[in-house]
Design a protein around this ligand. Structure first.
Ligand SMILES: *[C@@H]1O[C@H](CO)[C@@H](O)[C@H](O)[C@H]1NC(C)=O
Ligand SMILES: *[C@@H]1O[C@H](CO)[C@@H](O)[C@H](O)[C@H]1NC(C)=O
Ligand SMILES: *[C@@H]1O[C@H](CO)[C@@H](O)[C@H](O)[C@H]1NC(C)=O
Ligand SMILES: *[C@@H]1O[C@H](CO)[C@@H](O)[C@H](O)[C@H]1NC(C)=O
Ligand SMILES: *[C@@H]1O[C@H](CO)[C@@H](O)[C@H](O)[C@H]1NC(C)=O
Length: 797
């Protein structure tokens, strides 16, 4: 790394000192690798074209942004064949083609200029768009670099069926990597991992059809373009925009070496790139990154890990995955075997068999009965879903995956039966990477591949940090890529969601007899359907929508499925009646358990904090449709028989607001005491309003009483009280005073709690109720923070 940084800054020094840059290259003249000031620049100086070197011995003929802080290459002629630092040159030959030669005169690259045309190229020019063109005397373009993209697409560069953006091998390692962005045979733009062992598509989401992903497979023109405003549109109907849409911003769309496709904007004052859109939200869902048997985990950046019973295949290349520590099973000889369960982990693909509505024992038997079966994935999701696997690739851990992988291995292998923690593999051997650019590097490519991955893992963490910082903006543009929201994960969608007749619900609820609760959005009644399912039926008040709009909205909500969200079974829309039917949650709402005279133990409280964070994080970041809850409060947090939290009433903000002729969130929703200040300030409503309400709830979980009860009835006073408490606690924490604990903690816990968890919860609560919403964290990062101290033992003080 150091090496490269040095050489880059050295080059730049030279280029500013003795700039002899050219506007165009005439036929017969050349750029020499030795002369570091031999460059072509675009008229507006945005782009530079010349030799880019790493170390002293590896040079690439390239085009880069002139003004970014670190040189950002947008095109390369010879990515897999760097030339020597002595004697190499590029020239415009007499036959009008551009030629790159190495020290020994060997032709390394040649522009494929069409020789059958009557004219020959007379000059090479670099245009303001970043396009290197060869022109004939009349100015006609005979060849352009835009037709041969490397890993980057620039504004106004047409992306066609013959083009591919292929990632680099790693940061600073320009060789052809494993990830590509291209038009597939079905006319749809895709991302694919094409590695030594497997190749696998991973975007758009394979669990949905082309149509459900918002794409179209019928337009065979296969052309896409990023316009100057930062809007991308394609013939397969993929459309997205940078969140900072507008003119005069330098942008690029790059297939990054970590497998994500990202749109960037250049901040002209800092020279740094800002991510303004990206294809993958969860980097661990990129395929191929951790090799066979490897599992991608977040720490919080993505890292590879090996399951128990397995070890790193090649410590110098974590991408090669993990190998068994035990002998592979022979089909002829039977042996005693066991299954090691790893919750929240799944491997994508290589399914031998899929069955639903089976018990875990059946699933185990299915795997044991098939010699090829290496593992099975099982989830209880209303019904048991069982996938047996013949090989383990594309492994990832995700808090949203409500199932486990069970790895099959001999009983003799030392491994716990339940694994809750996976350790990231040590990947910090980057010293080796500094050898890059030595003479040996380009006569042996296999080594280069190895270094590439060291870079990858050293830097992937950084990329994800940026991702977290930016995830607030996600909300603004994820909507554009709206895809059909379906159950989390697999192909089979058992849609139990349906429309009910009013008469049916009337009967089920015995004419709305047993009222469970009542809120601004309507009253809820208990009911029993004909199939004996116990349900909660909500009569919605204030619905202005027509039937079709209601139907569209409600079916979106109906398909949202997460263990921490109340499952919606269906709806009814007849005449003036609008009802929602959802699962019935046994233990009622959080307020009935937490606040005096009732009492909730510490473990349950922490579990609720995590559950609610998971549910909200899913709604904000994961869920395929953009959902802000707008009314997070203890009354809307239900507890099932295991005290697992389930959020109710999500999606209602949309149902009850839209179509009311005024702007989307004109009417104040939410509940006094839990409402973020921006409601009152008439600011646009973002997911940060939920973060605020969550902050109040998590503080209440610690304190065990309503925060609003700390003060008087008057609402202004209430807010002031919360702010005052928070201020005092903050000051005490800053001063290292321990007494804040007494202020914040429920005395009824009598010492039965985990101090570390309580501290974390207070810290999160305080940051969530920041007045300035940009300082509040996202639900994703809140969840990460909580999960970090999930394993804390329960301390009796
Ligand atoms: C060369 O140009 C001719 C005439 O414009 C065209 O028909 C032919 O397809 C071109 N060949 C290549 C390889 O581009
Ligand atoms: C196919 O896509 C192109 C580019 O987006 C568009 O101009 C063209 O009208 C589309 N054709 C059809 C039949 O929709
Ligand atoms: C560029 O970065 C500076 C410093 O971080 C920041 O103040 C400024 O707002 C940024 N400009 C844009 C357009 O993002
Ligand atoms: C999957 O398992 C079921 C139950 O054992 C069996 O009937 C079916 O044939 C299997 N399917 C495949 C494709 O192996
Ligand atoms: C490159 O390295 C591989 C493995 O280390 C070796 O087999 C091969 O001969 C080397 N190639 C050259 C050109 O040195």
């Amino acid at each position: 790394m150091k090496y490269r940084a040095f050489s880059v800054s050295f080059l730049c020094l030279l280029c500013f000192a003795t700039a002899k840059t050219l506007g165009s290259l005439k036929r017969g003249s050349s750029l020499s690798v030795e002369d570091d000031s031999d460059f072509l620049t675009s008229p507006d100086k945005s782009f530079t074209c010349g030799f880019h070197g790493v170390g002293t011995n590896a040079y690439w003929f390239s085009i880069w942004f002139t003004s970014s802080k670190d040189r950002t290459i947008v095109w390369m002629a010879n990515r897999d064949k760097p030339v020597n630092g002595l004697g190499s040159r590029v020239y415009l030959s007499r036959d009008g083609s551009m030629v790159l030669t190495d020290v020994d005169g060997a032709i390394i690259w040649k522009s494929s200029t069409n020789s059958s045309t009557s004219t020959v190229a007379e000059r090479a020019e670099l245009l303001d768009s970043g396009n290197l063109v060869l022109k004939d005397p009349s100015g006609k373009i005979l060849w352009q670099s835009f037709d041969f993209p490397t890993d980057t697409l620039l504004p106004n560069q047409r992306f066609r069926k013959t083009n591919k953006l292929i990632s680099n091998l790693g940061r600073g390692d320009f060789g052809t990597g494993y990830f590509s962005f291209y038009f597939d045979n079905d006319n749809v733009l895709k991302l694919m991992y094409d590695g030594p062992d497997i190749s696998s598509l991973y975007w758009p989401d394979l669990d949905y059809s082309v149509f459900q992903n918002g794409r179209n497979a019928y337009n065979s023109s296969r052309v896409a373009v990023l316009d100057e405003l930062g809007s991308f549109s394609s013939s397969d109907e993929l459309q997205f925009s940078a969140f900072d849409m507008g003119l005069r911003v330098k942008r690029r769309l790059s297939m990054d070496y970590d497998g994500n496709l990202r749109l960037y904007s250049l901040n002209s004052s800092t020279g740094l790139w800002i991510i303004t859109w990206q294809a993958m939200v969860e980097l661990c869902k990129v395929h191929g990154i951790c090799g066979q048997n490897g599992i991608c985990i977040y720490t919080p950046g993505p890292k590879c890990s090996c399951p128990p019973g397995y070890e790193v295949a090649d410590p110098s290349n974590l991408n090669l995955g993990c190998k068994r520590k035990f002998k592979k099973r022979t089909c002829s000889k039977s042996q005693e075997e066991k299954f090691v369960q790893i919750p929240q982990v799944d491997f994508y693909g290589f399914d031998l068999n899929f069955s639903n509505t089976v018990s875990i024992d059946d699933c185990r038997q299915l795997c044991l009965g098939d010699c090829r079966c290496e593992a099975f994935s099982y989830r209880l999701n209303g019904e048991g879903r069982c996938y047996t696997k013949s090989a383990l690739f594309n492994g990832y851990k995700s808090p949203d995956f409500v199932g486990s992988i069970y790895l099959r291995m001999p009983v003799s292998v030392e491994a716990p039966l339940l694994v809750t923690r996976l350790n990231a593999l040590d990947s910090c051997k980057s010293t080796e990477a500094q050898k890059m650019g030595s003479a040996s590097m380009y006569d042996n490519t296999s080594k280069r591949v190895r270094w590439a991955y060291l870079y990858w893992f050293a830097t992937a963490a950084g990329a994800v940090e940026i991702l977290f910082i930016l995830s607030g903006w996600w909300l603004l543009f994820r909507r554009h890529g709206a895809r059909a929201p379906i159950e989390d994960g697999y192909h089979v969608i058992s849609s139990q969601f349906r429309m009910f007749r009013y008469a049916e619900l009337k009967k089920a609820t015995k004419t709305f007899k047993e009222e469970l609760g009542r809120g601004a959005s309507g009253a809820v009644f208990k009911g029993v359907l004909e199939d004996e399912r116990v349900v909660a039926v909500k009569k919605l008040a204030d619905i202005y929508q027509g039937e079709d709009v209601f139907w569209a909205e409600v079916s979106i909500i109906g398909k949202i499925n997460h263990m921490n969200l109340v499952r919606i079974w269906g709806f009814c829309s007849e005449d003036k009646h609008r009802l929602l039917v959802s699962e019935f949650i046994e233990n009622g709402s959080l307020d009935k358990h937490l606040f005096p005279p009732n009492f909730l133990g510490w473990q349950e409280r922490f579990k609720v904090a995590i559950g609610v964070a998971k549910g909200l994080a899913y709604l904000h970041h994961e869920c395929l449709e953009w959902v802000i809850h707008c009314d997070v409060k203890p009354e809307n947090i239900l507890l099932d028989s295991n005290f697992e939290a389930k959020i109710a009433d999500f999606g209602l903000a949309k149902l009850t607001q839209r179509g009311s002729q005024s702007s989307m969130f004109s009417k104040v929703r939410g509940t006094k005491g839990y409402m973020a200040p921006e409601w009152a300030l008439n600011l646009p409503i973002t997911a940060k309003v939920d973060v605020y309400s969550y902050g109040v709830v998590i503080l209440e979980l610690v304190k065990g009483i309503r925060l609003s009860n700390w003060a008087l009835e008057d609402s202004e006073e209430q807010e002031a009280e919360l702010t005052r408490c928070v201020r005092i606690v903050k000051r005490k924490i800053q001063c290292g005073e321990d007494s804040w604990m007494e202020d914040m903690l429920d005395p009824r816990l009598k010492g039965q709690f985990s101090r570390k968890q309580a501290e974390k919860m207070v810290e999160i609560g305080i940051s969530c109720v920041e007045e300035d919403r940009s300082r509040r964290p996202t639900m994703d990062s809140v969840l990460q923070d909580l999960l970090e101290c999930e394993g804390e033992s329960y301390v009796h003080l």
